[in-house]
Design a protein around this ligand. Structure first.
Ligand SMILES: [Zn+2]
Length: 516
């Protein structure tokens, strides 16, 4: 313990993101600068907080579980003790997030008079209302795309109908994709977007039920979840819509030439089904605090990290020290630094929102609730989201090079200015080796879509995702606080603080020059 502490002090001096001197002396300093406050972020405080937050007492912080309730109380108490107010009118710091654990619904389904079996032949992938449904025809809409360049729905009305579409997207005679005009796929066949994009179109066109023939996704979902059994999701009002993934046999029963045809046409196939829902509902909490801006309080910089982790599995506690204890304690230190500045009359000009989200490990649920269902502050006034998810370790791939590195993802995707500010702050104060390996649009890991910032980015809010990469203890019970490199955690946290400070205090709000 002592050795680790000594090591961290020495390393901090080798880096250039400030020093680790005793910081209580900086309070009430008239000549305090941003560096004064950045230096209040110390490896010792990060370590102390993380040894509590990632301790066995919090039982791995599984969404909705008792250990997570302890975790949210801990976060709340931290803000109370710092004197940073709740961002919510109820003043208890908790944004209640209604969740459900889906169980496999009971379904009887007949196509052309033949019975097909739930899970074996199809899976229901959204929570739908109880009821019965029958139709004398099914509308085939090819790839199920509706885009400026190409629409499967051009000459057909699907209101109240059952639609069938398949995976993929059309190509031109030159071999390029029709939508992109290049050899790049679009959201219409990107595996992480297709599923929702095609559903949204059919829903907007008024379809009553959707049959999606996508053999790969069907196999994956049926095997992995056995339908939706055990999957956690937001409780949204059940959509007046049914959405089934179907296997090849069922697809061919409805439309024998589905593999080769993408022509939109009504089919003489009949369908009838009875659907009985099943789910358990409960609530979890996002923890949200705010330091109000002194000049532009209606403009918001969000700093986010997920508060949940995997919980206890087969008797083993998944402490999640790096994932995402590291991001969580980084946020607490950043909040403390801003609050010290505010007490000295140097509070941020724009508001800083500290958003600890739940349900990340279950599918970015808490952040999606915040952005899609109940934004506490208008998204249009949200300047940026700085999301921190795993910043306390070293990627084994990076061990042989400069360990003082950090992966940044998303910084240039919506706002060139954000990227430039981030680089500038790093060059001026921190000298971290910023690594953009995972920022590539074709990154096979698709990390850009895999943490909470994505829910902001999809709303054209500029984001930076701070990440150290995965390692042998990723999502294992061995992700424990003794393995965190606190000198790195300190330096990285300070960089995020400097960037947030600049975004909050610069004259003009950053511009979004690359909106989707
Ligand atoms: Zn995480």
């Amino acid at each position: 313990m002592k050795k680790l502490f000594l090591l961290s002090s020495v390393s901090a001096m080798l880096f250039s993101c400030g020093t680790s001197q005793n910081q209580t002396a900086t309070k009430n300093t008239k000549n305090a600068t941003v560096t004064t406050y950045a230096n209040s972020i110390t490896s010792a405080e990060l370590k102390e907080a993380l040894y509590t937050y990632a301790s066995d007492e919090f039982e791995g912080r599984n969404t909705g579980a008792p250990g997570q309730k302890k975790a949210v109380e801990y976060l709340k108490n931290h803000y109370v003790s710092l004197g940073i107010p709740s961002a919510l009118p109820n003043n208890n710091y908790f944004q209640e997030v209604p969740l459900q654990t889906l169980k496999t619904p009971s379904i009887d389904l007949l196509v052309n008079g033949k019975s097909f079996t739930n899970i074996e032949d199809y899976v229901s992938v959204i929570s739908s209302p109880d009821g019965t449904f029958d139709a004398k025809e099914i509308i085939y809409v090819g790839y199920g795309i509706d885009d400026e360049k190409f629409s499967s729905y051009a000459n057909i009305d699907v209101k109240g109908k059952v639609v069938l579409f398949k995976a993929g997207e059309p190509k031109n005679s030159d071999g390029n994709y029709t939508v992109s005009g290049t050899n790049e796929t679009s959201k219409w066949s990107n595996p992480r977007q297709e599923f929702v994009a095609k559903r949204e179109v059919a829903e907007k066109k008024g379809a009553k039920a959707i049959l999606f023939y996508n053999a790969d996704t069907y196999n994956y979902v049926a095997k992995r979840f056995g339908g939706s059994h055990g999957r956690m999701s937001l409780v949204e009002d059940p959509k007046d819509l049914y959405y089934f993934l179907i296997n090849t046999e069922l697809a061919k029963t409805i439309h024998s030439t589905i593999a080769t045809s993408d022509k939109t046409e009504p089919l003489n196939s009949t369908i009838e089904f009875n659907y009985q829902n099943a789910s358990n509902t409960f609530t979890s909490e996002n923890v949200v605090a705010i330091i109000k801006g002194s000049e532009k309080p209606e403009e918001y910089i969000v700093v986010s990290a997920h508060l949940d982790h995997e919980g206890i599995k087969e008797g083993e506690i998944y402490n999640g020290a790096d994932d995402d204890g590291s991001g969580t304690v980084a946020m607490l230190e950043i909040a403390e630094a801003f609050q010290e500045a505010a007490k000295n009359g140097q509070g941020p000009k724009r508001s800083i929102v500290f958003l600890h989200v739940t349900g990340e490990e279950k599918g970015l649920l808490g952040s999606r609730y915040y952005t899609d269902v109940s934004p506490i502050f208008p998204l249009a006034n949200t300047v940026a989201d700085l999301n921190i998810d795993m910043i306390g370790r070293t990627d084994p791939k990076r061990e042989k090079t400069n360990r003082n590195y950090l992966y940044l993802i998303g910084s240039d995707k919506l706002s060139t200015e954000l990227h430039n500010i981030s680089e500038e702050m790093n060059n001026k104060y921190c000298n971290i080796d910023l690594d953009y390996t995972f920022n590539a649009d074709n990154d096979p890991n698709r990390f850009y879509y895999r943490s909470d910032h994505y829910n902001f980015a999809k709303n054209n809010i500029p984001v930076i995702f701070y990440f150290n990469g995965t390692h042998a203890d990723y999502h294992k019970p061995s992700d424990t606080p003794d393995k965190i490199q606190y000198d790195l955690l300190e330096n990285r946290t300070r960089l995020i603080f400097y960037t947030a400070w600049e975004l909050a205090n610069r004259e003009n709000r950053i511009t979004v020059d690359k909106a989707n």
